[in-house]
Ligand binder design. Structure first.
Ligand code: URC
Length: 295
C-alpha cells in the first residue's frame, strides 16, 4: 500500500520590494527580497483524495506575504520571517509548520559628491543575505541566518600538501596557490519560543550578520591556509566565540580552481611555480568542502 510519507507545499519566488520613507529627512530605505513559503499540517487528503478543502491556495500565501510586509517591519529578515510564519500557523488551525525562506538582495546606497544619496542605490555584487525560519506549533521558531554567494579570491597565502598519495593521485603538493570560493555560511540560533522572543533578540541579527561576514573575510585574507577545510573551521570557531546565542555554524565552500599553465613549449617561457603569472580559471569540476561547527 503506498502512503504519503511527507508533504509540504507553498509559493516560491515571491518577489517583494518595500520602500520606507523618512518624511523628516526625505531619506528612503529600500529592501528587496525573494520569499518562499512552504506549509505542512493536516493536508494529506488534498494529495490522496483530491480534497481541496484543506488547501490554503499558494496564491493566498503570496497575497499574505505582501500584506504582512506592508503591516510589519521587513528588517531584520529574521523578524519578518518569524512574523510571516507565525501568521500561517495561527490563522489556519490545521497548519502546524511554516517554512519561510527570505533572500535579501543588495541595494547599496549611492555616494554622490561624497554624500550618501537619499533615494538612489546600486547592485553591489551578487551576495545575498538569507534567513530560513521554521515556525513549528508547540515547539517554537528555528532560525538559520546565512550569507550566500560572497565571491572571494586571494592570490597567495594558500597551500595544499601532505594529502593522501597513491596510484590514483596526480595532484602535486602545492606551497603557494590562488584560493577562490563563493562563501555560503550559515549560523543557527537557539530555538526561540515566539515572535515576542524573536523581538527581544532583534538587535543580535544584524550585529551577528556583520560579525560573521567580517570574520569570514578577515580569516580568508589573513590565514596562511593549509586547506579550505582548516580555514573554514577557523572561521566557524570565531563566529561561535563572537555570538553566544548561536548554536552551530555551517560553511559550504566550493574550491574554485585556478590552474597554472605550462608555457615552456613556447621558447622555454617560464610560467609555473615561482614564475606563475598567467592562470587558467576553471569552471568545473570544483572542490566542494562543507562543515558544521558546534559548541
Ligand atoms: O583545500 C583543499 N582541500 C582539498 O580537500 C583539496 N583537494 C584538492 O584536490 N585540492 C584541495 N584543496
Amino acid at each position: 500500500m503506498p502512503k504519503l510519507a511527507a508533504a509540504r507545499y507553498g509559493k516560491d519566488n515571491i518577489r517583494v520590494c518595500k520602500v520606507e520613507r523618512d518624511e523628516a529627512t526625505k531619506t528612503h530605505i529600500v529592501v528587496e527580497m525573494t520569499v518562499c513559503v512552504l506549509l505542512e499540517g493536516e493536508i494529506e487528503t488534498s494529495y490522496t483524495e483530491a480534497d481541496n478543502s484543506v488547501v490554503v491556495a499558494t496564491d493566498t500565501m503570496k497575497n499574505t506575504t505582501y500584506i504582512v510586509a506592508k503591516q510589519n517591519p521587513v528588517t531584520p529578515p529574521e523578524l519578518f520571517a518569524s512574523i510571516l510564519g507565525t501568521h500561517f500557523i495561527e490563522t489556519y488551525k490545521h497548519i502546524h509548520t511554516a517554512h519561510i525562506k527570505v533572500t535579501i538582495h543588495k541595494w547599496t546606497r549611492m555616494i554622490i559628491d561624497g554624500k550618501p544619496h537619499p533615494h538612489s542605490f546600486f547592485r553591489d555584487g551578487d551576495e545575498t543575505r538569507i534567513v530560513e525560519a521554521d515556525v513549528i506549533e508547540g515547539k517554537g521558531i528555528e532560525i538559520r541566518s546565512a550569507i550566500s554567494g560572497l565571491l572571494v579570491l586571494k592570490s597567495t597565502g594558500s597551500q595544499f600538501h601532505s594529502f593522501v598519495r597513491n596510484d590514483f593521485t596526480t595532484l602535486p603538493d602545492v606551497y603557494d596557490r590562488i584560493l577562490s570560493t563563493s562563501v555560503d555560511a550559515g549560523w543557527t540560533w537557539k530555538t526561540l519560543s515566539s515572535v515576542d522572543e524573536v523581538e527581544t533578540e532583534v538587535e543580535k541579527f544584524d550585529e551577528t550578520w556583520t560579525k560573521a561576514r567580517d570574520i569570514t573575510i578577515k580569516t580568508f585574507a589573513e590565514d596562511s591556509s593549509a586547506s579550505v577545510q582548516n580555514t573554514m573551521y577557523k572561521m566557524g570557531e570565531q563566529i561561535l566565540a563572537a555570538a553566544s546565542s548561536v548554536e552551530a555554524v555551517d560553511y559550504s565552500l566550493p574550491n574554485k580552481h585556478y590552474f597554472e599553465i605550462d608555457l615552456s613549449w613556447h621558447h622555454g617561457l617560464k610560467n609555473t611555480g615561482e614564475d606563475a603569472e598567467v592562470y587558467a580559471p576553471q569552471s568545473n569540476p570544483n572542490g566542494l568542502i562543507k562543515c558544521t561547527v558546534t559548541r
